[in-house]
Ligand binder design. Sequence first.
Ligand code: ATP
Length: 149
Amino acid sequence: EKVDLIKLIEETSTMMEKTYHRQIQVNLDVPSTKLFVLGEEKKLQQVLVILLDNAIKYSKDNILLHLGIDGENVFFTIKDHGIGIPAEQLDKVFDRFYRVDSVRSRKTGGTGLGLAIAKTIVDSHLGEIDVESEEDVGTTFIVSLPKHH
Ligand code: ATP
């Protein structure tokens, strides 16, 4: 299935903004109005929802969603200015049932499955998912997928 990532990002961020009454600043740094990847639309939407849901849960300010192209890959980043993730736990956040152990995440609730599911979906689309974070500064998740011609 050919999935238009621009349309999917716009629809999903609008839906999340309306549901949670939070602002998501979308920045489309792409040369055209359509940008396709091969895959399952519903699953790629689930990745966006998981990452946006976390950004909303673990931050208070606006969220930035950037879409760009890097050679043969399409990538999007979801950036928040929230509580961040301690450096020593960064590599574990994609593990099943892992939750950063502190009062903060117990307060928000969750199963610790979201990011493991997101990684499984991105892997099955031959893409990559990465995270950069600094405690008390914020977190950025980066997803890249092969561009469809
Ligand atoms: P759920 O499965 O309901 O999403 P969850 O948020 O606990 O629950 P994951 O989405 O897998 O589970 O995230 C794992 C852990 O990574 C979280 O518990 C949280 O501690 C940390 N985390 C994820 N995203 C962020 C973020 N944007 N800012 C800070 N911490 C985050």
